[in-house]
Design a protein around this ligand. Structure first.
Ligand code: ASP
Length: 411
């Protein structure tokens, strides 16, 4: 027992990831027998999402101290979300144009999956849905975006109430600290959850499924690695000016959890913990930027939507003009903003992007079989982007405790 806890958590998690992959390949589809351990883990972190966002976001906003500073943090975060999102979509389009993953593919041997139903009802509805019409329902349903709006408003109210708002500040502060402790307990399940989930995914997919759509899967991974290796590393090195290796070691738990769960929302408690404890991002900036980012900043998804639409155009021989590329960029950006941070939403948003430029939705059936393995990498990219942007914003606004990052060796 003592030996177990002596190993830093992130090392235990990475070992679990590697062992899980090996187990999955050896065990094959039967590995589904241990999926329940992964489901148990996901349910445990999901439990944290609503109270954690609520307490730490309200406490975070209240601790910013004044509305001007809140605008400075929010404005910078949203601009960085937009810039990285655009780079991501155009990267996906560039990779699809350059490598033409669908042009030489023999689709006859691929097992197709079901095309998911789109629950997209229109942009105006999407805007209306950000209003927390009934805060209790929003919490009960775990609707993250309206919950963020509600928590922001309560935080702003506390700031406006000045002296009279102070008792609430201490309640929310204390709530946020308690939630961090509960997160620490749940985090101890990570190695087991990660092991089971990875074994299940590799066991179910196997090598055969991957081989048929190999080029598409590889391009998805390549795009994500380029985003992480160039865009985020660039931001960290040149704008935030933080040591890059120490940064990635600090968010290792969030990377492993996002990769195995394929859900930015479920990873959020872990992301927040890594940012605050290991990177030294101030709580107000981390809770604001990472919570919002987990819902609206999805670069991996945006990149993938661009790439997959070109893939569909290539297998079905649809000619696309440059104006179509622009349309794809716009709809993929909006689709990635609208996508919830749960497994497989990228696939659902594809209906929207493909529909806008006349690419047959049957494309989705082709990629559906291997979507999970791509979803895992997109989600890791999404979470890395949120963490990078939270760190960059904190560096810009003076909310980054650089000593914390350097001393994060023994997390
Ligand atoms: N699963 C992704 C996420 O949670 C979204 C997607 O499907 O691309 O970030």
């Amino acid at each position: 027992m003592k030996f177990w806890f002596a190993i830093p958590l992130w090392q235990r998690v990475i070992a679990a990831l590697i062992l899980g992959i090996i187990t999955g390949f050896v065990w094959g589809p039967e590995a589904v027998a241990i999926k329940w351990i992964g489901d148990f883990f996901i349910a445990s972190i999901k439990m944290l999402v609503v109270p954690l966002i609520f307490f730490s976001l309200v406490a975070g906003v209240a601790s910013i101290g004044d509305l001007k500073k809140l605008g400075a943090v929010g404005g910078r975060a949203v601009i960085l979300f937009l810039i990285t999102g655009q780079i991501a979509v155009w990267l996906g389009l560039a990779l699809g144009t350059l490598f033409k993953p669908g042009s030489t593919l023999d689709t006859s041997g691929i097992q197709t999956g079901a095309v998911p139903e789109s629950n997209f009802t229109g942009w105006t509805d999407m805007i209306v849905q950000t209003v927390p019409d009934n805060p209790v329902r929003v919490m009960a349903e775990g609707a993250v975006l309206p919950l963020i709006v509600f928590a922001l408003l309560i935080g702003i109210g506390i700031l406006m109430a000045k002296k009279e708002g102070e008792p609430l500040i201490s309640i929310f502060d204390s709530g946020a600290i308690v939630m961090q402790k509960v997160t620490a307990i749940v985090m101890e399940l990570t190695p087991f959850g990660v092991f089971a989930l990875i074994a299940w995914v590799t066991g179910t997919l196997g090598i055969d499924a991957l081989a048929a759509l190999g080029q598409m899967v590889l391009l998805n991974y390549l795009g994500c690695f380029l985003l992480i290796g160039i865009v985020y590393v660039g931001l960290l090195k040149f704008v935030a000016k933080v040591p890059v290796i120490a940064f990635f070691r600090g968010i290792a738990d969030a990377i492993a959890v996002s990769y195995s769960t394929a859900s930015s929302s479920a990873t959020l408690p872990v992301t927040l913990r890594c940012l605050e404890r290991n990177i030294g991002v101030g709580r107000s900036v981390s809770s604001f930027t990472a919570s919002l980012g987990a819902t609206i900043n999805m670069d991996g998804t945006a990149m993938y939507l661009g790439l997959a639409t070109l893939f569909g155009a290539q297998i079905f021989g649809v000619d696309l003009a440059f104006s179509d590329y622009i349309l794809i960029a716009v709809t993929a950006t909006l689709g990635s903003v609208g996508a919830a941070g749960i497994p497989g939403t990228g696939l659902i948003m594809m209906t929207l992007v493909m529909g806008s430029v006349g690419v047959p939705l049957e494309t989705i059936a082709f990629v559906a079989g291997v979507d999970r393995i791509m979803d895992m990498m997109r989600t890791t990219t999404n979470v890395t982007s949120d963490s990078t942007i939270a760190t960059t914003v904190a560096a810009m606004t003076g909310d980054l405790d650089r000593a914390e990052l350097v001393s994060a060796d023994d997390v």
